[in-house]
Design a protein around this ligand. Structure first.
Ligand code: PLP
Length: 389
């Protein structure tokens, strides 16, 4: 049983073929349509399709036009690319510790970072695993307005904060369509924003800084002349990806329902197992979990250790992963980020315990039960006696 699954629906395959046969493969009308449909899905005014969430975070931060080296707060328990993006934008990441229960920063850990290094110019907020973060409380703790917040929504296609889907209300929200994510295309990303000027800026900046309609110049009657007024990246999305994305989007509600069912089934299977703690669940008032990940905690105090559990699950052909190695444990980021003098003890302790189980819409109830049974064997000490020789 693999850890992840990249399901490209029949409709998305057909859409891809339609685009390949159309004679127009890169950024064009499909991208415009996908931007509009995705933005509507997440309740944002504008969507700007990009090559990856990582590029989206960099572009969103660049759109703030901050002085070089300005401080940007980020959780240390995130994907390395999200912190590379801050560095590539010419800004200084400040790492924030996380809570053991939620895997995310709290107002208190944000205030610790601000006390150590001063007020930041911006922050990124990740809805880790798909669990809604309290964006307002974290922004307030950083003394930042929400329009200086970039939401890393790589896990949050399908997350709601309160009654509102993740996608609006901050400076920018960046989604990922990487192969393992909730709306998989293989590669791709989307930046949503309510600010029309920011959306326009992002549309230019994702394609070399060329004037917004650059792609139209190859259409019949299109104008060849363009201007470049500022720095840009090569980070556009192709029509091939966008057409697939439009088709995948029609499946999203059913996929999200299935993820929630799987999470509930794991909860039942694993409840009460010694040494296994279930993932944090938001209260209904806090919002809706997207269940991109199902991260359990393996408690070392109970005599089983996380790495041993990974090996034993692998022996039974169950793929797992760890989200994440805190970035301050990676040597490049130790050199290039600011780490509060007291260290990042919450992330250090939690990351030793984290174990992400398989969760994706095509995982069957039988497969979930099989993972649960193997974990129960391990947790109850039956596996090593029965399994190995
Ligand atoms: C996957 C991921 C990213 C990067 O997404 P890409 O589309 O691959 O660039 C960023 N942040 C988090 C938290 C992720 O899990």
């Amino acid at each position: 049983m693999p850890f992840a699954d990249c399901y490209i629906s029949d409709e998305a395959q057909a859409a891809a073929l339609r685009v390949l046969r159309s004679g127009w493969v890169t950024t064009g009308r499909e991208v415009v349509a996908f931007e509009n449909e995705f933005a509507a899905e997440v309740g944002a005014d504008h969507g700007v399709a990009v090559s990856s969430c990582t590029a989206g975070i960099e572009l969103a931060l660049r759109s703030f036009d901050l002085p070089a080296g300005s401080l940007v707060l980020t959780s240390t328990l995130t994907f390395c690319g999200a912190v590379q993006a801050i560095l590539h934008a010419g800004l200084q990441p400040v790492l924030v510790d996380v809570d053991m229960e939620t895997g995310m920063p709290t107002p208190a850990t944000v205030r610790d970072a601000v006390r150590a290094f001063g007020r930041p110019a911006a922050m990124t907020i990740v809805h880790w695993a798909g669990d809604p973060a309290d964006v307002s409380a974290l922004a307030d703790a950083a003394v930042l307005s929400r329009d200086r917040v970039v939401v890393d929504a790589a896990h949050a296609v399908g997350t709601y904060t309160g009654a509102i889907p993740v996608g609006s209300g901050c400076g920018a929200t960046c989604f990922s369509f990487y192969a393992t994510k909730n709306l998989p295309l293989g590669e791709g990303g989307m930046v949503t924003t309510d600010d029309p000027d920011r959306a326009e800026w992002l549309r230019r900046a994702r394609l070399h800084g060329m004037t917004a309609d650059a792609w139209r110049r190859y259409l019949p009657g299109g104008k060849w002349r363009y201007n470049v007024a500022e720095a840009g990246l090569k980070a556009n999305m192709t029509d091939l990806q966008a057409a697939m994305g439009r088709a995948q989007l029609t499946h999203l509600p059913a996929w999200q329902r299935r993820r929630a069912e799987i999470a509930a089934r794991y909860d039942e299977q694993l409840a009460g197992l010694p040494g296994i703690l279930l993932p944090h669940r938001p209260s209904p008032a806090d919002g809706l979990h997207a269940w991109h990940l199902y991260p359990v905690r393996v408690q070392p105090a109970d005599g089983i250790d996380r790495d041993g559990v990974i090996a034993q699950l692998a022996d039974r052909a169950v793929g797992t992963s760890v989200h994440f190695i805190p970035v301050h444990q990676l040597s490049y980021f130790r050199r290039h980020t600011l780490i509060p003098p007291g260290g990042l003890a919450g992330a250090d302790a939690l990351s030793e315990q984290l174990l992400s189980l398989p969760i994706y819409p095509r995982l069957s109830d039988d497969q979930v039960d099989a993972v649960g049974a193997v974990l129960a064997d391990i947790a109850l000490g039956r596996f090593s006696r029965r399994g190995r020789q």
